[in-house]
Design a protein around this ligand. Structure first.
Ligand code: SF4
Length: 295
C-alpha cells in the first residue's frame, strides 16, 4: 500500500482479481490532428515516426497480444491482461472498424479488459454507448489526452482541442459508467508551476479515476525540437530534483481518490533531446517516495 497517494495498483485491485498487466497494442489508428480533419502536423511534441499504420507492422491485435502474453506468462503463468489501445487516437475512424478491433482483443485468451486512449474530442455518443455496453460485461477504461487545462497552452502546442472538450468528454464518459483516465503534461511551453497546479485542481473537480503525469520531453523529429533549435520556442528543462518538488505539490493538489498511474515517461534514448535524466520510471518513483517520506 502506497502511503503517499492512491496508486494505479489500488485502482486495478478494486476491479480485477489477481495480477493484471497492460499490454500495449497498435491498432493502426491515425490522428485527426495530422490528417487535416482538425489540424496538420500534429501536436508540437508528437513524433512523426510514431505514425506507422498497422499494415506496416504486419501484426494483428491478437498476434500483438499473444506476443506480449508470452513475455509475462513465463514469470506469472496466472497473469491476466488488459489490451491497451495506446498509439494514436484509438476511437478515430469508422466505429465498426474500431469495435471489431476491440472485440478481437477481448476474444484473445486471458484478456480481461480494455483500455482505450484517445483525444477528448474524438468520442462520439454512438461509440461511447457501445463501450458502455461492453463495460457492462467486461471492464473498459477510457484515457483522454488532456495535457493542460489552459487554452492558450493548448493552442500553442497545436492540440486542436480546448479544455472544455476534456471536461465534456470526461463528464459524458463517467455518466456512461466508464472509468476515466487523463494524461497531463507538466512543463509545457509558457506554463508556470501555478498554471500546472491549477490544471491539477481542475482535474480534481472532474469525475476522473486515474491520471498519468508526463514530464515534457523534447524529442527529435518534432516541431517542438525544430522550434527550440530555431529560437522560436523555449521550454524549461527541469532537473529531476525540480520535477520531484513539483510532483510533491501535485500530490497535495490532486483529489485523494484519484489514482496516479505514473509521473514520468521515457522516450527511446536515441530520440530524446531533453531532459536526459537517465532514470527509469521505478527509480524516479523511489526517489519521489524518499522525498515524500521526509515531508
Ligand atoms: S499527440 Fe496524440 S493527438 Fe497529438 S498529434 Fe500525436 S497522436 Fe495526434
Amino acid at each position: 500500500m502506497n502511503p503517499y497517494y492512491r496508486d494505479y495498483a489500488d485502482f486495478l485491485g478494486e476491479r480485477f482479481e489477481g495480477k493484471v498487466q497492460k499490454l500495449p497494442v497498435d491498432a493502426g489508428f491515425t490522428c485527426p490532428n495530422r490528417d487535416g480533419t482538425l489540424g496538420h502536423g500534429g501536436c508540437v511534441y508528437c513524433n512523426n515516426r510514431s505514425f506507422s499504420p498497422l499494415e506496416g507492422k504486419g501484426k494483428s491485435i491478437r498476434e500483438q497480444l499473444e506476443e506480449g502474453k508470452r513475455f509475462f506468462s513465463r514469470k506469472y503463468p496466472a497473469m491476466k491482461y488488459l489490451a491497451y489501445f495506446q498509439s494514436h487516437t484509438n476511437t478515430y475512424g469508422p466505429a465498426d472498424k474500431a469495435l471489431a478491433l476491440y472485440r478481437e482483443a477481448l476474444e484473445t485468451d486471458d484478456v480481461v479488459g480494455l483500455i482505450i486512449a484517445t483525444r477528448p474530442d474524438c468520442m462520439p455518443d454512438s461509440l461511447l454507448g457501445e463501450l458502455a455496453e461492453i463495460n457492462r460485461r467486461t471492464p473498459v477504461i477510457v484515457e483522454y489526452g488532456a495535457e493542460s487545462s489552459h487554452d492558450p497552452t493548448l493552442r500553442r502546442i497545436n492540440r486542436c482541442h480546448l479544455w472544455q472538450d476534456t471536461v465534456y468528454a470526461v463528464r459524458r464518459t463517467a455518466a456512461a459508467g466508464i472509468p476515466v483516465g487523463l494524461h497531463l503534461i507538466m512543463g509545457l511551453p509558457g506554463e508556470t508551476e501555478k498554471m500546472m497546479l491549477t490544471t491539477v485542481d481542475r482535474v480534481s473537480e472532474l469525475p476522473v479515476d486515474t491520471v498519468k503525469f508526463h514530464q515534457l520531453q523534447v524529442v527529435r523529429g518534432t516541431r517542438l525540437a525544430a522550434d527550440i533549435a530555431a529560437g522560436r520556442e523555449s521550454v524549461e528543462t527541469m532537473t529531476v530534483e525540480r520535477y520531484i518538488d513539483l510532483c510533491c505539490k501535485i500530490i497535495k493538489h490532486l483529489r485523494s481518490d484519484i489514482s496516479i498511474e505514473r509521473f514520468v515517461s521515457q522516450s527511446p534514448g536515441d530520440m530524446l533531446i531533453s531532459p536526459r535524466w537517465g532514470l527509469k520510471s521505478g527509480e524516479f518513483v523511489e526517489r519521489l517516495h524518499s522525498r515524500l517520506s521526509q515531508i
